[in-house]
Design a protein around this ligand. Sequence first.
Ligand code: KIV
Length: 272
Amino acid sequence: MPVHFNDKKRITTKTLHEMKKSNHKISMLTAYDYTMAKIIDAGGADVILVGDSASNVMAGHETTLPITLDQMIYHSASVVRGAERAMVVTDLPFGSYQGNSKEALSSAIKIMKESGAHAVKLEGGNEVLESVKRILTAGIPVMGHLGLTPQSIYKFGTYSVRAQEEEEAKQLMNDAIELQEAGVFGIVLEKVPAHLAEKISRKLRIPVIGIGAGNSCDGQVLVSHDMFGMTHEFSPRFLRRYLNLYDEMKNAVNQYCLDVQIGDFPNDKEQY
Ligand code: KIV
């Protein structure tokens, strides 16, 4: 069983900072609904991320771009109802914060008010700094997201590893420092070389949560449907599958269909 840093109380931004200071790794997983949030909370994840990956995982879109603020609110409110200990961080979706900082603030206020989430996450560095600062003025905790930023997929054209070249690595480090100085409580670092993630994690006072960013980050995040093996088409090197639920669930459906066909379900004990 994992050792809980703070067994009873709700995890907050303060807890996450204390965890970084005492070298206690932070575990974060995505959830988009109440039942999954309850399981992940009971399993001991410190942070539940209502990722805009809901656009792929829940709605079957190819990218994260189509999901709307109202859809994110629906997912986030469901997760909040299922999470007792974990801090719930929700993604600001594409188009809800890039326009200008006023729009970013009203999107952040709307999602916090209507979902009950504890913080927002948004993608980007220097280009979103003004929005980050404005959201923070309302007392809303903000998490950054650097490296592979799926909302910019059409700009980059590929989901491959980012910041392999010196110049991009330097830019990434600068962005991380600027976000920290602006006041974000943590940063997700996605798909960057492990040695760069280590450098950034050491440099920053705030927790760095990695996905495909090696073992030296202050914590790790995975998409829970990938980690449970419910999805099976997607197999990046960084993904560890802890279960093979795709096959288990498919076999259960097979068995159910068979039982219905042969008249075995329901049996005498399963009826009134
Ligand atoms: O949307 C998401 O699930 C994310 C994680 C991959 C970090 O942002």
